[in-house]
Design a binder for this molecule. Structure first.
Ligand code: NI
Length: 408
């Protein structure tokens, strides 16, 4: 813990001095909320974030992995490198909140709270730069595009080198959570979200008349076998004590009732919680799909669209988060969040460096902030924004001062 004088820690100072920063962050969030942009199209959003970070005199690298950017905050003193990541994209959802600052782009909405994540990141950067003279090490602020569209923006950011030069020791992120009340946060040690393997299967047959099936190769019946056969990958080839699921969201093929379809496309997703299984499942899917197709005379192509590992938070980093949350004066609960089979591309960073994603409680039924993520009336309790900023800033400071873990 960093002591400013005999009695006051920097955490005491943090919690008292940020009303202005919180109000500015709420204003910024409302501004961003009005101009939602989907993955890799976040031009206005990135410009706005860049402007905010420039005000703090940070070194900025923009147009990174399409519409991403990152900023380096160098205290000039030796110490760890801590990264804070926000996602910046919105969804193709038509907003139905009736809020005065609702989306001005019809058909698009920040329905997953990424507007709040951005506001917290900028607020954190402002709060930390106010106390720059007391800090050590370096902080990287990462604004990542396209969290919502597979294959996601995390991998391209990492491939472009966002975790290197300076090399990141610990990475942090938060996600708003309407199932947790405002004033609380949520964590889970180890795996909390599933790996995501999104894939397309194309089945090629031979067209012909519906009454002469023996002269054709029916891509529709072959696809049906593949859809049900792949359920056996789960039930017969995966250890039953390890959760896994395969679902198909779309199936498209054929032209008219009385002709045999020559081509069908299936879009599916497979989820698991086990890192080893995550690597194995794509191979099992491919083998089963190709062989079932071949047995019926059809040619099958399986294309990987996205492949994220399970989201795995480091228990040491989680301790830093809960300790910092309490140190800045929030008596609220630190919830243990349940496992879910949803995916999150922040997992890709956590595969490379230690870190954690915590949930920021934004739930408040009285104001309608109780709808699930991606709902057209998704809302957050903005009182959580200040809590997010203080918790994130305190965790960063705590890690800069006390992280001894090194990188993996
Ligand atoms: Ni999200």
């Amino acid at each position: 813990m960093i002591y400013m004088d005999k009695h006051k820690t920097i955490f005491d100072i943090l919690k008292k001095n940020n009303a202005g920063i919180t109000n500015a962050a709420i204003k910024l969030r409302r501004k961003i909320h009005q101009y939602p942009e989907t993955g890799h199209q976040e031009f206005k959003t990135t410009t706005l974030l860049k402007k905010e970070l420039q005000k703090l005199d940070l070194k900025i690298v923009d147009r990174y992995a399409s519409t991403g950017l990152w900023a380096e905050f160098d205290t000039g003193r030796k110490g760890p490198v801590i990264a804070v990541r926000t996602d910046i994209d919105a969804l193709p959802v038509t907003e139905q909140t009736g809020l005065p600052f609702a989306s001005k782009r019809n058909g698009f909405m920040h329905a997953c709270g990424h507007d709040v994540h951005m506001a917290v990141l900028i607020g954190t950067a402002r709060l930390l730069s106010r106390h720059k003279d007391k800090l050590l090490g370096k902080i990287k602020f990462i604004c990542q595009p396209a969290e919502e569209i597979p294959p996601g923006g995390a991998r391209p950011m990492i491939e472009a080198g966002v975790l290197r030069r300076p090399d990141v020791d610990v990475i942090l992120a938060l996600h708003v959570d309407p199932t947790l009340p405002t004033g609380s946060i949520g964590i889970r040690d180890g795996v909390s979200m599933a790996s995501t393997y999104d894939f397309d299967i194309k089945v090629f047959g031979k067209v012909g008349h519906a009454a002469l099936p023996h002269e054709t190769v029916d891509a529709i019946t072959a696809s049906s076998e593949i859809v049900s056969g792949l359920q056996q990958v789960i039930s017969r080839m995966v250890d039953p004590i390890k959760p896994a699921v395969i679902s198909f969201g779309t199936i498209r093929g054929g032209t008219v009732r009385n002709a045999i379809a020559g081509e069908v496309t299936l879009q599916g997703t497979a989820r698991t919680l086990d890192p080893a299984l995550t690597k194995k499942i794509p191979r099992l899917i491919k083998r089963a799909a190709v062989d079932i197709g071949r047995g019926l005379g059809a040619r099958v192509e399986v294309t990987s669209i996205a492949n994220y590992p399970p989201l795995k938070s480091d228990p040491r980093v989680n301790r830093f988060i809960s300790e910092s949350f309490r140190a800045v004066g929030y008596g609220g609960k630190v919830h243990q969040i349940p496992l879910v089979m949803g995916g999150e591309d922040f997992a890709c960073y956590l595969e490379k460096v230690p870190g954690a994603m915590f949930r920021l409680g934004v739930g408040n039924k009285k104001i309608g902030a109780d709808k699930p993520w991606h709902h057209p009336a998704f809302m957050v309790d903005e009182d959580a924004i200040g809590i997010g900023i203080n918790t994130m800033a305190a965790t960063v400071i705590n890690l800069l001062q006390n992280w001894r873990g090194g990188t993996r």
